[in-house]
Design a binder for this molecule. Structure first.
Ligand code: PHE
Length: 397
């Protein structure tokens, strides 16, 4: 397929560039103000500028890279089919390097300097929560592909997501623990630095206890930690039937390794944050027999999903798409569809059109945006087997 003109700007992708200094940012903002009207990304013809903030480098980089690859592919396909409102889409991507505070900097730049008409991002809820108030204040519609913490869209009426939320995901995994794992006593290990982890832990516990289960111990860590032996020793002493770890892949893999080293043999399980090819690289045999819930499996799905897997492999050197790629792809499609229906690139009109999204045919399932600006969708449960994600079941909303 011929690639249509689409400029994707990476900054700090290699991590070589230092953080922009305050001075550099100020000059960028001034430069933005001096732009001719034709470059303001509005209704005046030319390209339609879409901002994307993503974790392309740093601790959770596979999240940002996968999501970005899906997003880029969607934009390329839309442009190849003629664009939107007779104009091409231009995706301007900024790397937040997984650093707290950096998202606010890059999102402000995309809005003030680049005049994007809408924003796509992020995967991690804590980083979406950093961007959301900025987009809301500037009336720039934002669609998160895969942030699941409820607070993200509660920020305001310009903030949307194309995925389910953690009250649902927590319920799915609590019911899985009760019914499939037949667990009665579960330990929970939460990343207190992550809004996602804290929320998912809470929603899991509520349902598991309502199912008649017991939380035998609850312990914490900080994202970025490497040593979990203290917590795991206490967990072992509590003798649970399973350990719920609502974390991200690096820590989940290290926790699995150290649990096995301490002789803990019960399954570990968690949510979508477990999804990364790095989980196997880091965790190796220790993650075998663990479980997770997520948004999508390339193993099942519609004709649309099959086509997506095929095209993604072609576009990205044979790589199989994960849930993050699929959600990233869907977020761009939903946005483009909304701009088309809005017939305009005005923030409020795009906002209204996103809010009116109904049964949009997407790779991760039909997307209807509900009154809370979330999508109501199914989850899939995967088992880690032979260094791969094995599809187990789909759980409807
Ligand atoms: N749902 C996670 C969060 O909100 C992010 C995530 C999505 C991670 C999909 C992996 C896969 O933080």
């Amino acid at each position: 397929m011929k690639t249509q003109p689409m400029k994707t700007i990476f900054r700090n992708l290699s991590g070589q560039h230092a953080l922009p200094t305050a001075l550099a940012l100020v000059s960028l903002l001034i430069a933005g103000c001096n732009k001719p009207a034709s470059d303001q990304g509005d209704s005046s013809g030319g390209v339609i500028k879409i901002g994307e903030f993503a974790s392309l480098t740093g601790k959770d980089a596979t999240f940002g890279v996968s999501s970005h690859e899906g997003t880029v592919m969607a934009i390329e396909e839309i442009n190849a089919a003629g664009g939107v409102l007779g104009r091409k889409l231009e995706l301007l991507t900024e790397d937040n390097q997984c650093k707290a505070g950096e998202t606010a900097t890059v999102v402000n730049k995309l809005i003030a300097r680049d005049n994007v008409v809408a924003m796509l991002g992020e995967v991690a809820s804590s980083r979406s929560l950093e961007a959301a108030p900025i987009c809301q204040a500037n009336k720039i519609p934002m669609i998160s592909p895969s942030s699941t913490n409820p607070k993200v869209t509660e920020t305001g009426d310009y903030i949307f997501r194309v995925c389910f939320i953690d009250p649902f995901q927590g319920t799915v995994m609590a019911n899985f623990a009760t019914k499939t794992l037949k667990a009665k006593r579960v330990a929970v290990l939460t990343d207190v630095k992550s809004d996602y982890s804290k929320g998912l832990a809470k929603f899991f516990k509520e349902r598991f206890v309502a199912n008649g289960g017991e939380i035998v111990t609850e312990l914490d860590y900080n994202g970025g930690d490497k040593d979990f032996k203290g917590q795991l020793t206490a967990i072992k002493a509590a003798n649970p039937d399973g350990i719920f770890v609502p974390g991200y892949y690096t820590e989940c893999a290290l926790i699995s390794i150290q649990a096995r080293q301490l002789g803990i043999t019960v399954p570990l399980f968690g949510g979508d944050g477990w999804e990364s090819e790095k989980l196997f690289e880091i965790g190796g045999p220790a993650v075998e027999g663990c479980y997770l819930s997520t948004h999508y499996s390339p193993a099942v799905g519609s004709e649309l999903s099959k086509k997506f897997v095929e095209n993604y492999k072609k576009r990205w050197n044979g790589k199989t798409p994960d849930a993050l790629a699929a959600c990233g792809y869907d977020s761009a499609l939903v946005l483009a569809d909304a701009i088309r229906r809005a017939g305009s690139t005005e923030g409020q009109k795009i906002r209204d059109a996103i809010a009116a999204t109904k049964s949009f045919p997407a790779v991760t399932g039909a997307i209807t945006i509900n009154e809370k600006r979330d999508a109501t969708k199914s989850a899939v449960i995967l088992k880690i087997k032979d260094g791969k994600y094995e599809y187990l079941e789909t759980v409807g909303p």
